[in-house]
Design a protein around this ligand. Structure first.
Ligand code: SF4
Length: 453
């Protein structure tokens, strides 16, 4: 632990007077961790600020998955922190999460404005570190090299009263060659069933309309507890616990290798499990998939997609794709495009490869020129756009059920069970209501609904 005494004396400051704001970078898992941290800060007597620029304590919960994004995040944090300190010299800047864990040296060197620096493995202790920094005006950097055996959240400060996250596994055992997650969050650990039940039932009691089960590799739930088909068992248990209730259950992220037919069958026969599958493809060439250590071939992947499409025709499928991985030739990229056309994705997040220190792929030569990477990304996004547009037009006229969860600029919007966002006139309904609507028109990648006649 690094603990540098500052000259200022603020020991008389009361914690109760301090407000905080948590700014989150990255995935849903990180958003959920921020909700947990906000809860823990509340328990310590801090209160949530109305706006980021009013907060005494500014927490950045960071993400380290992509090198470019990580560099940008470090620069943004330094800039915002500097401005904040100029405006309010008493404020505290906290950096935690994956970037804190992985890039501590860089952050310690760069971030003169950072008061508390922590990683991913000492989450529960962060509020106490902040309290100490706030009351004693000390700078603190504190890390643990090993993750706790189990993350058991004491609670969450929910950022929505409609949708809640429920993490069921932490960490990952896959060690895909480009990914830092197994290094930042450790090996996979599944939350015990009885804790999931307790947390889920409490969310139901609080009136949440949908719950998303989270895990880096959600389908392998229970494997660390010796249960090969633990995720299927969990889904069946959830069906039983929630029998007769109107609630939607989603899950993220499914590793294509571990999305078994049994899981698709359970979703097909369920009225509460949502038919949306997020299955990161990453690349469509077997050579690149092998270099990425993804554990499946292009054929395996397409077979799973076909199985989903045949079993649940209304299911929507999302993916993540990386272009410009080391050794990716034009013909490898063409294979990715072919898979994209065959899979007809409904949602896709696309990225340009950037090497991450500490990963296996970092040792490979990053040999695809930046121009070629950009060009491939452009072609890929164009291809996806034309797929989305065709798909959206084929949906017009269909009647769907939407759970309204947002209100902005004279419109409300909500998602269907299969994860399609639909925009509606504000008078259509209130946030938290389920409504049946007709998909009436599309504009770009937005789709608008109207009243059912
Ligand atoms: S499955 Fe691969 S990409 Fe996903 S978190 Fe695990 S190591 Fe990273």
């Amino acid at each position: 632990m690094i603990d540098i005494k500052r000259k200022l004396d603020f020991s008389a400051r009361k914690v109760a007077l301090a407000t905080f704001w948590v700014e989150t970078f990255g995935c849903q898992m990180n958003k959920s961790r921020s909700e947990h941290l906000a809860y823990l800060l509340g328990e310590e007597g801090f209160s949530l600020a109305q706006r980021i620029d009013e907060a005494d304590i500014l927490v950045f919960n960071t993400c380290a998955v992509r090198e470019h994004a990580a560099e940008r995040a470090i620069n943004v944090i330094s800039k915002v922190a500097r401005e904040r300190k100029e405006k309010n010299p008493h404020s505290i800047v906290v950096v935690c999460g994956c970037l804190g864990q992985l890039e501590k040296e860089k952050l310690l060197g760069k971030g003169k404005e950072i008061d508390v620096l922590a990683g991913t493995h000492n989450w529960e202790e962060i509020p106490l570190l902040i309290k100490k920094a706030w009351q004693e005006r000390v700078k603190i950097a504190d890390f643990k090299e090993e993750p706790p055996l189990l993350y058991q959240e004491r609670g969450y400060w929910h950022s929505s009263f409609i949708s809640a996250y429920l993490p069921i596994t932490f960490g990952c055992n896959n060690f895909c060659s480009y990914c830092v997650v197994p290094y930042t969050t450790g090996r996979e650990r599944s939350k015990p069933l009885e804790i999931i039940k307790e947390e889920l039932m409490s969310l139901v009691e609080k009136g949440f309309r949908e719950v998303t089960l989270l895990g880096q590799n959600v389908n392998s739930y229970g494997r660390d507890r010796g249960r090969e088909r633990g995720f299927e068992e969990l889904l069946l248990d959830i069906e039983e616990w929630l029998e007769g209730k109107k609630i939607w259950i989603r899950f993220l992220t499914s590793h294509p290798r571990d999305l078994r037919e049994g899981i698709v069958e359970i979703v097909k026969n369920s009225s509460l499990l949502c038919p949306y599958f997020h299955l990161p493809l990453q690349a469509g060439s077997d050579k690149i998939l092998q270099l990425m250590r993804r554990g499946y071939t292009r054929e395996d992947y397409l077979n799973k997609i076909n199985f989903i499409r045949q079993s649940i025709p209304e299911a929507r499928i999302g993916t993540d794709i990386i272009v410009g991985f080391p050794e990716e030739t034009d013909s490898d990229f063409q294979e990715t495009l072919e898979v994209v056309k065959q899979a007809q994705f409904d949602v896709a997040y696309t990225y340009v490869y950037s090497p991450r220190p500490g990963t296996a792929a970092y040792l490979l030569k990053d040999d695809v020129p930046e121009e070629a990477k950009k060009e491939r990304l452009h072609i890929l996004n164009d291809t996806l756009r034309s797929i989305y547009q065709k798909k959206l037009s084929s949906l017009l006229g269909k009647v769907v059920e939407v759970l309204i969860d947002q209100k902005e600029k004279g419109l409300v919007s909500g998602r269907t069970a299969n994860n399609l966002r639909v925009y509606l006139q504000e008078s259509f309904g209130e946030v938290g209501e389920w409504k049946e609507v007709v998909l009436a028109s599309g504009e770009g990648n937005k789709i608008y609904g109207s009243a059912k006649r």
